[in-house]
Structures are given as structure tokens and as C-alpha cells.
Design a protein around this ligand. Structure first.
Ligand code: SAM
Ligand code: CA
Length: 274
């Protein structure tokens, strides 16, 4: 059955969900609503709910990360014990807040080292300080400022370093100054789809070996399987070829493990191998 996600959501029968960020391939809105009501909304932290409701009133709410994807990102970051992350494309900050809530506060870990020599065992306790940070970039600060009061109230704003402007020059600068190579545990890319491959060229150097890059919207509203003459919205048609090219390139890239998940509008996780 070659049905696109947009066709699937437009031709649905039964109840229609209210999740503005949802564009997934789940074939029934009732099923998606079930996931939201059973597992997502009851466990959604209060600040994320507040930010989701503020965002739902914004004219560009279609851009937001959905609540189920927010929950997924939050879980993933905890699983990989992420501390130093990056986000490209913030909008009002829903995925950013999901990230900030998942990261630990700055802290110290105590390392216990036992050193042996001929005469004795030397016990060394070394305290390592770690710094938690999310480098967040967006060309539009106004939208971020809509969400910022909620992020501040949640007590996690200190983890975020927001930079206004295009992300690519910032990445180039980080690569040029040499201090950030292999330093990010997780990078979420959710901005200009026509630049994803340009981001990938740089991010593969900035993410740690074993770290993860998540490219969002890799199913691009289901248009990746739409026939050439399908009636697509203008912006969907414009970015479609870039998404198709990205998906092929990621699948062929020997430097990463990949996993493309039908969460939200599709997210491809890439784990750096070497
Ligand atoms: N992750 C966000 C969330 O959870 O709500 C959604 C991000 S939205 C889909 C895409 C964002 O990318 C927009 O806010 C847009 O301003 C930003 N953007 C577009 N081009 C950009 C660029 N070259 N550099 C940085 N951000 C960019
Ligand atoms: Ca997205």
C-alpha cells in the first residue's frame, strides 16, 4: 500500500489527534492518540506541557517537535549519559527543554585508581569535574524567547548556550579552533534540510566516537515515497530531494552506525564509529 503519511493523516477515519508536531507513519490517529494519552502526556514534565501549549498557539507550530519525540529524546539522552550536546534549530525550544531536563547538573565524579608497584598499592582518588552544556543555535531568537521563560522556570536555562545566527559558520569556527573535535555526546539537527549534508561533514568531526547525531524529519512528511506527480506542499517538494540525498548518503557512510525511526517525522540516529 503506497500511501504517504500526509495522505494517511488527511484520509483518517475516527478521532483526530491534537498533537501539532505529529506527522508520523502510524496509520491510525486513534493509535497515536493512545500512545500520547497512555504513555506520553501522563509522564510529560509540567514545563514541557506548558511550552507545548504556548507553542500550539504560535502560527508556525507545525515546526515543533512532537510530545512523543520529546519523550524519546529525553530517554535517549539519559541512556547515553549525555553531558555535552548541541542542537541546530531551536524554534520555541521544546526539544531543547527535553534535552536540558535529561542532562545532569554540572558536577564531579570521583575516580578511584589503584596503582601497583613493587612495594605497595597506591590508592588515588581523583575528582574530575564535568561541565554540562547544550550549544543551541537558531537564526531566530524571537521564537526561542517565547519558550525561554518556561525553560528558566524549569531551572535548566544555565545549561544552555544559545547562539543566534546560522549554524554552519559556528561549526566551521569550532573545527578551525581545534578545541571541539570529538567533544559532543549528542547532536540534534532540526533546521534547514538543504544543509543537512553540509552539517554532517562537520558534525562527524565534532561528535565523539560512540556519540550520536540525530537528524530529524528524515521521512519528510511521507514525501520520501510520494510519486513524482503527487500534490505536495511547496516547501515539502523543495526540501524532498535534499532529504532523499541525505538518507542515501547516511546509509552509505562507513563512519557511522545508523537507525532510522518512524518517530515524529522520522529521525535517523547516527553513531560515530571511528
Ligand atoms: N527543534 C525545534 C523544536 O523542538 O521545536 C524545531 C526546530 S524548527 C523545525 C527549525 C528551526 O531551524 C527554525 O526555528 C529556524 O529558524 C531554524 N533554522 C533555519 N535555518 C537555520 C540555520 N541555517 N541555522 C540555524 N537555525 C536555522
Ligand atoms: Ca523536526
Amino acid at each position: 500500500m503506497a500511501q504517504t503519511a500526509s495522505a494517511a493523516t488527511e484520509n483518517h477515519a475516527g478521532r483526530q489527534h491534537q498533537e501539532v508536531g505529529h506527522k508520523s507513519l502510524l496509520q491510525s490517529d486513534d493509535l497515536y492518540q493512545y500512545i500520547l494519552e497512555t504513555s506520553v502526556y501522563p509522564r510529560e514534565p509540567e514545563p514541557m506541557k506548558e511550552l507545548r501549549e504556548i507553542t500550539a498557539k504560535h502560527p508556525w507550530n507545525l515546526m515543533t517537535t512532537s510530545a512523543d519525540e520529546g519523550q524519546f529524546l529525553n530517554m535517549l539522552l539519559k541512556l547515553i549519559n549525555a553531558k555535552n550536546t548541541m542542537e541546530i534549530g531551536v524554534y520555541t525550544g521544546y526539544s531543547l527543554l527535553a534535552t536540558a531536563l535529561a542532562l545532569p547538573d554540572d558536577g564531579k565524579v570521583l575516580l578511584l585508581l589503584l596503582l601497583y608497584n613493587d612495594l605497595s598499592t597506591i590508592l588515588l582518588l581523583i575528582a574530575c569535574e564535568f561541565c554540562v552544556q547544550i550549544l543551541a543555535m537558531d537564526i531566530n531568537k524571537e521564537n526561542y524567547e517565547l519558550g525561554l521563560p518556561v525553560i528558566e522556570k524549569a531551572g535548566v536555562a544555565h545549561k544552555i548556550d544559545f547562539k543566534e545566527g546560522p549554524a554552519l559558520p559556528v561549526l566551521d569556527q569550532m573545527i578551525a579552533d581545534g578545541k571541539h573535535h570529538g567533544s559532543f555526546d549528542f547532536i540534534f539537527v532540526d533546521a534547514d534540510k538543504d544543509n543537512y549534508l553540509n552539517y554532517h561533514k562537520r558534525l562527524i568531526e565534532l561528535v565523539k566516537v560512540g556519540g550520536v547525531i540525530g537528524y530529524d524529519n528524515t521521512l519528510w512528511n511521507g514525501s520520501v515515497v510520494a510519486p513524482p506527480d503527487a500534490p505536495l506542499r511547496k516547501y515539502i517538494r523543495y526540501y524532498r530531494d535534499f532529504v532523499l540525498e541525505l538518507n542515501k548518503a547516511l546509509a552509505a557512510d562507513p563512519r557511522i552506525d545508523i537507525c532510522q525511526l518512524p518517530v515524529g517525522d522520522g529521525i535517523t540516529l547516527c553513531r560515530r564509529l571511528t
